[in-house]
Design a protein around this ligand. Structure first.
Ligand code: FUB
Length: 344
């Protein structure tokens, strides 16, 4: 047959291009990869999944992680270096358990690790730890960020050098319990405090970071995600509403807000003209992976954009994940080509 015909070879090429599809790390379980290029090298700040005696429940108690490792590589496909344990829950005075999805940022030669953990009252807060190198080790601040709550911090540096922090996650991530501005839990059912289906979905949060990178520099704002008619995505629209795993990247003068839709397992994205949004819903970046959670980051390295994500190929268990990366492409109109991680 005519394997070399134009159409066929295009398909083959795009398969190779899109799906690197190999676990990047095989001697630790890793998840929620936040990737950044610092000083010309690609660094990944993931969660470190561990087997735990805690039973699975709807609030994610089985995601019982205790520390973070940092990984890096000089080039895509090259050796992935494990820089070892860079922060342990026992070294964070305010944190009790569940070191969930982290992110990192660089400013003025210092490196900052942002992470969620449950405090001694089992309320999720956001912490910061500081290092002189992107490899860590990171020294935690003694208190969580003032006024912080919920999970999945993601830090974006705008072209003018200003950093913004995005965060939030519903259900186990507790964002729905903060709708009054205070922590209010009406039920042990993790989804009990969500709005009715015909009301706007709970919004993720954004705030400028202070000059020293350690605090919010303003009252947190809602990140508005709207449809093409300008109406908010509704709480009942589980295919599109924000669940967790916020990430922002900048491409061709537009800001891209991407996130997990949780119980429908997509990474969706929305586009805006400002780091604050509003962001208009566009579609799906990454279809469901193996395992319940879907959590990603997007970064450009050596002129190519990549998505970093995880699945459960190595363990077959939802809470023991392995990170992967694949090429990501923006179309000429700015939309993103959907990636199907289960297509082989
Ligand atoms: O890894 C623990 C939690 O699971 C993350 O914080 C969520 O985004 C989900 O991936």
């Amino acid at each position: 047959s005519c394997e070399s015909q134009e159409g066929t070879s295009e398909n083959v090429e795009s398969d190779n291009r899109y799906y690197l599809n190999e676990p990047l790390i095989t001697d630790n379980f890793t998840a929620d990869p936040s990737a950044h290029v610092f000083d010309g090298r690609l660094y990944i700040y993931p969660s470190h999944d561990v087997e735990s005696v805690v039973e699975e429940d709807d609030s994610g108690a089985h995601f019982n992680m205790r520390d973070y490792h940092v990984y890096s590589m000089a080039e895509v496909g090259g050796e992935v270096v494990d820089h070892g344990k860079v922060l342990d829950v026992d070294d964070v005075p305010w944190a009790k358990r569940q070191m969930w999805a982290p992110d990192a940022a660089k400013k003025d030669g210092k490196y900052y690790l942002y992470f969620p953990a449950k405090d001694h009252d089992d309320i999720f807060r956001l912490g910061v730890a500081v290092a002189d190198s992107p490899e860590g080790p990171f020294t935690p601040q003694p208190e969580p960020m003032e006024g912080s709550y919920s999970i999945d911090p993601a830090v974006f540096e705008d072209a003018d050098g200003q950093h913004y922090i995005y965060w939030g996650g519903i259900w186990g991530g507790q964002l729905q319990k903060w709708r009054t501005g205070e922590y209010v839990s009406t039920s042990s059912n993790p989804y009990a405090d969500e709005p009715a289906g015909d009301k706007p979905a709970i919004a993720p949060k954004v705030a400028k970071l202070s000059d020293d990178m350690l605090q919010f520099d303003e009252e947190p704002r809602d990140v508005k995600i709207i449809d093409k008619d300008g109406n908010p995505i509704l709480a009942g629209d589980h295919e599109k509403r924000f669940f967790e795993a916020a990430w922002v990247h900048h491409y061709n003068d537009k800001y891209y807000f991407s996130y997990s839709t949780g119980d429908t397992h997509n990474i969706a994205y929305a586009i805006g003209d400002s780091p604050y949004g509003p962001f208009t819903y566009q579609g799906v970046v990454l279809k469901p992976v193996e395992g319940w959670t879907n959590h990603h980051s997007i970064a450009e390295f050596d002129g190519q954009w990549y998505i970093f994500y995880h699945d459960t190929e190595l363990s077959g268990k939802t809470h023991l994940r392995n990170i992967k990366m694949a090429e990501l492409n923006h179309r000429p109109d700015g939309t993103i080509e959907t990636i199907d991680p289960q297509r082989r």
